[in-house]
Design a protein around this ligand. Structure first.
Ligand code: ZN
Length: 386
């Protein structure tokens, strides 16, 4: 029989796998699957396209519907260029804190969830619990949707999804949604003294960026939406965070590339904004192609994170409030995989140990008190599962 590990021992192992999003997560998944199946927990995988990564799903308890799904991501952000006091890939305790990359975001919660799933299996709970561990969360939540589909195909359908992103164990019922476009404007190079004969991809791209600025101004001048008003800032925003193009001040740029991000409050129309931007890009594309067929605008939608809509008396909210003893709920500014679970038919909230302020930082840490609060949360969950 395989040894039963404490949540702290599990965290120790998880931090030792450097599962940066750009790299494979298979060492972690292999270890975890061995550990879970060694305790009789049924496991499954959803492989990504090149099979360098897999999402891990697991089911403990009776083979019936209505499971509580504990959801986390296996990937972490890089440590490149960050000054760490101790090795980021070794769990290190100092001053009441657990240091290591991913302790807060979000291997602390994953360790607690793994502990709870094994414990549920050992105790023979009356109601099932499932684990859903994704990859590529940190690069746009692209791993969650296929994982959720596989989860629903493989195991009896769950009902409630608890997404353990750091919330200081507060019950979070809403977050903004997002979508991203990579924009590639193709122009025509001439010496800038002959400007009218060339096409500057930068100056043409600036028209689209100007459109985004105008859209922001219009949104901010419009009346606030009721759910959106709970957020800070209380409206949808459109943003360009990166731009490149051009070779010299006196050559019209052949290329301009930039990334557009739309962050949308749950009761605003994300697809409406996305469509309006695409239409604007298509208008510019047609205008450029009318001059030279090789010019134009290419768009690629590179991420989609659906918003989490406050359910109002949802089953996930009721459960998480009962487990934490909280009676208030809140919304957060960051995106998670909770909206994808909600779109798939689950009642979903975010609730996990640690403070989002520590995520992605050098010397990322999780307070031991937070980890212990998470442990109590899991123990109460097990009591409820019967
Ligand atoms: Zn996270």
């Amino acid at each position: 029989m395989m040894t039963v590990l404490t949540s702290r021992q599990i965290l120790d192992r998880l931090i030792g796998f450097p599962t940066v999003s750009r790299d494979s997560n298979l060492d972690l998944v292999d270890w975890l699957e061995d550990y879970l199946s060694g305790h009789g927990v049924r496991c499954g995988r959803h492989w990504n396209e090149d099979r360098r990564k897999a999402a891990l799903i697991a089911h403990a308890g009776p083979w019936t519907g209505g499971a509580v799904v504990l959801s986390g991501h296996s990937d972490v952000v890089p440590v490149d260029g960050q000054a760490w006091t101790s090795d980021p890939w070794t769990l290190t305790e100092r001053d009441g804190r657990l240091y290591g990359r991913g302790t807060c975001d979000m291997k602390g919660f994953v360790a607690l969830a793994v502990w709870a799933v094994v414990e549920a299996q050992r105790r023979g709970v009356a109601r099932p619990v499932q684990l859903a561990l994704s990859h590529d969360e940190e690069v746009g939540c692209t791993g969650a949707l296929p994982m959720i589909q596989t989860l629903r195909r493989t195991f009896p359908a769950g009902k409630i999804a608890l997404i353990g992103e750091p919330s200081r164990m507060k019950v979070i019922t809403g977050h903004k949604g997002g979508a991203g476009f990579l924009v590639h404007v193709k122009g025509y190079e001439v010496h800038s003294s002959l400007l009218p004969e060339g096409v500057s991809a930068i100056m043409e791209g600036a028209r689209l960026i100007g459109w985004l600025n105008d859209r922001n101004a219009a949104i901010q001048a419009a009346p606030r939406l009721p759910v959106g008003a709970r957020f800070h800032p209380p409206f949808t925003t459109l943003h360009v965070g990166r731009i490149e193009g051009g070779t010299a001040h006196n050559i019209t740029a052949a290329e301009c590339r930039f990334a557009v991000e739309i962050r949308c409050v749950p009761d605003d129309d994300l697809e409406g904004h996305a469509r309006a931007f695409r239409d604007e890009a298509l208008r510019l594309d047609a205008a450029l192609k009318a001059r030279r067929p090789a010019e134009g605008v290419d768009l690629e939608r590179f991420f989609d994170v659906p918003a989490l809509r406050p359910e109002g008396d949802g089953a996930a909210e009721a459960l998480a409030c009962a487990l934490t003893g909280e009676n208030g709920t809140g919304v957060v500014a960051y995106g998670t995989e909770a909206g994808q679970f909600q779109d798939a038919g689950y009642s979903a909230v975010v609730c996990g140990p640690g403070d989002i302020a520590q995520a992605h930082q050098a010397d990322e840490y999780l307070e031991i008190a937070e980890f212990q609060a998470g442990q109590r949360f899991m123990e109460r969950l097990l009591e409820r599962l019967g």
